[in-house]
Design a protein around this ligand. Structure first.
Ligand code: NAD
Length: 286
């Protein structure tokens, strides 16, 4: 068991959105960072549909308000939380523990990147990417881990890595380095927190259609190159990442820890699109 849940507060939920019955993380208390949009929002929606109580953090107040309205106050509490600020992350964990009595699942999802080659990379934007992707995940692991190891039943932490943790992308140095760091962080956390019953895993998505990647659809050739290089021949939607996060969060993954799950259509077996090259061709008009 990765967690006990707060089953007495839960109501029967529609696990698959249609049939009544217990969800796959029924009654568990699950924190998600960067939950207002994209992959984080899809995780929040799926977790709620599977019977969890969602504690959603983000810097986007309007996005959080719309998520709370969508999931309902019985299922979801939201907090403004900048994952690069330790007190914000600690307060998000407290919101779960004080509000629901425990924290079963934490998803360190907030992240984002830039597009600049290393020789021209401005140090401030490099630090912002590392701060958001890697330091934010560290703070989430630290505070969620402290809460989980202090409770009976442990818990499950899922960090959002990326295909770019293992596959270089031109102009993506800060992002690739930070996401590779998230993989290393995941392994060390699994090692340190395992004895307290806390499982720690990472998910490494390929190209997923969200606000963050919307620009890729405006540069001719980039999405086509990804699709050509993915053996499954397509990009994916946020819900497909949420499904894997759900598995790792659930007791079905009770003996899975220190692992990285790719959700990339097999793209890691080939090469990442040349975004900078495509931008150069676009500006040259060819
Ligand atoms: N979309 C993809 O193709 C893809 C691929 C691999 C990995 N990822 C990773 O998945 C995660 C989610 O990406 P997405 O595509 O859904 O992005 P997104 O931009 O659509 O959503 C990110 C969310 O994080 C929030 N956020 C930004 N900075 C924050 C901060 N400092 N503190 C808290 N919240 C913050 C944003 O407000 C937004 O709601 C990121 O870690 C990203 O690196 C995405």
């Amino acid at each position: 068991m990765s967690g006990q849940g707060v089953g007495d507060r839960s109501e029967p939920s529609a696990g698959d959105g249609t049939a009544p019955g217990p969800g796959r993380i029924e009654g568990k208390v699950a924190l998600i960072t960067g939950a207002a949009a994209g992959i984080g929002r899809a995780i929040a929606q799926r977790f709620a549909a599977e019977g969890a109580f969602v504690v959603a953090g983000d810097i986007d107040a309007a996005g959080l308000a719309s998520l709370a309205a969508e999931l309902g106050e019985q299922r979801c509490v939201t907090r403004l939380c900048d994952v690069t600020v330790e007190e914000d992350v600690a307060a998000l964990v407290r919101a779960a523990v004080d509000g629901f009595g425990r924290l079963d699942v934490a998803v360190a999802n907030a992240g984002g990147g830039t597009a600049a080659e290393l020789a021209e990379h401005d140090y401030a934007s490099w630090r912002r990417v590392v701060d958001l992707c890697l330091n934010g995940a560290f703070l989430t692991v630290k505070h969620a881990g402290l809460a989980m190891r202090a409770q009976e039943g442990g818990g499950s932490i899922v960090n959002m890595a990326s295909l770019n943790a293992v596959q270089a992308g031109r102009g993506m140095g800060a992002y690739c380095a930070a996401k590779a760091g998230v993989v290393a962080l995941t392994e060390v956390a699994a090692l340190e927190l395992g004895p307290a019953g806390v499982r720690v895993n990472a998910v490494a998505p390929g190209l997923i259609r969200t606000q963050a990647t919307s620009g890729m659809w405006h540069v001719p050739g980039v999405v086509e190159e990804y699709v050509e290089n993915a053996p499954l021949g397509r990009f994916a939607e946020p819900e497909e990442v949420a499904a894997v996060v759900l598995f790792l969060a659930s007791d079905e993954a009770g003996f899975v820890s220190g692992s990285v799950y790719g959700v990339d259509g097999g793209a890691r077996t080939r090469r990442y699109p040349d975004l900078i090259g495509a931008l150069e061709r676009l500006s040259a008009g060819s």
